[in-house]
Design a protein around this ligand. Sequence first.
Ligand code: ZN
Length: 123
Amino acid sequence: MKDLKEKSRDIQKIKSSLIERKLHLEDELASLQSEKYDDQTQDPADQASSAVFETLQSSLQHNELAEYKMIMKALEMIDQGTYGYCLDCEQPISERRLLSFPNASRCVSCQEKAEESAKNKDF
Ligand SMILES: [Zn+2]
């Protein structure tokens, strides 16, 4: 049963890094939200650059929200015990990969295959 123990310890490590990231994103999203509404008085000359800034800001917010949702999903899967296994070959996904891509649902080789076939579908 040694392997099982190792596995659950690794998941705990990933889980705490996910929670840390989640708290960080909550902060970022909250500050993005307040910046948006603070910015009521502005120089007309700044309008153009401000529009660019707003676009950047909302795409940043979009990305962070997407990451936030992904982390919530990963945490849910950890709690259900379904996290960290490849959808296709059902082998455990490496800890290093999960730390870089917390939402990874496939191992590296199955992911490459999936991306290959997705690419082929486009043509
Ligand atoms: Zn796989």
